[in-house]
Write a protein that binds this ligand. Sequence first.
Ligand SMILES: [Zn+2]
Ligand SMILES: [Zn+2]
Length: 344
Amino acid sequence: MRAVRLVQIGKWLQEQDVAVPGIDVSDVLIRVAAAGICHSDAHYRAGISKIDRLPLILGHEIAGRVEKVGSDVTHLSAGDRVCVHYLVHCGSCEFCVRGLEQFCRSGEMIGKHRDGGYAEFIRVPGANAFPLPDEIPFEVGAIMMCSSATALHALSKARFKPGESIAIFGFGGLGFSALQLSRAFDCRDVYVVEINPAKLASAAKMGAIAIDARAADPVEQIKESTAGRGVDVALELIGSAKTMRQAVLCLGSLGRAALVGLTGESISIHPYTELINREAEIIGVSDHLATEIPALIEFARSGKLRFLPETLCVVGLDAAQINGALDALQDSIDHVRTVIVSEL
Ligand SMILES: [Zn+2]
Ligand SMILES: [Zn+2]
């Protein structure tokens, strides 16, 4: 089969001919229809995130059709449309038995620790393949399995409830999904904090209150707009100490700040005035869980989570096009997602 592999860190991915993977009794073989090109793939190629084994087929945002099913897999048949949960877990360690597979002792991420979806076929454990309803295009089925799934997990970690207000810091792929999912939860006001005028405009068009962080302190703007109360939940999706602090400071009493963006920086907090006095919480968010995928699929099936065609850029399973898309991601984080689409 054709596969586009990372052969050497810091170099362009290469198109290579490799064997179609064989499957175990608990696996399925999927003919890949769509594979999202993610910002983390650009980090793997550049060596910013460490890859243990090379060569490696990248790609962790995958949807396609089941080609072959192992004898132990009972929930799928050949020809079924599926999307893939990217965390492969053992199912038996102390975390897996509690449904917390993102901490699995022997967990592997598809497209990082094992071969991913920049290929004609991929082998995954049957437990990682979820039926994809016909209403959801393969491209959407693929890209929602990363940033949308993590946005949903962040809302769940923040215990976001109907009628609550939310501030979303950063309007890239995560923010784009977080805004739509917040509205699907029947939220009150959604504030989107950004510095990019185009992103502020598209957030406003989607019903958010756009907060231009260049114009004035976003915390002051949110406080003013909420008559001094602050918001119930803040999601930090950028990964900067400055916006993490702002996410905490814009909370009202009993507010929860969920930190999703990654940074090596420290943040300083004044415990009494900023947390204790308000019983506010800071919550870390990492990846998402298999148990959350069915709800995510239902949001997409019912049209509450949408990626309109103009927010997607389509390329073929072609090394030059994929490398070009990864180059573009190194320069900017856009909510326009690039997806590799193969004719099925
Ligand atoms: Zn991703
Ligand atoms: Zn485990």
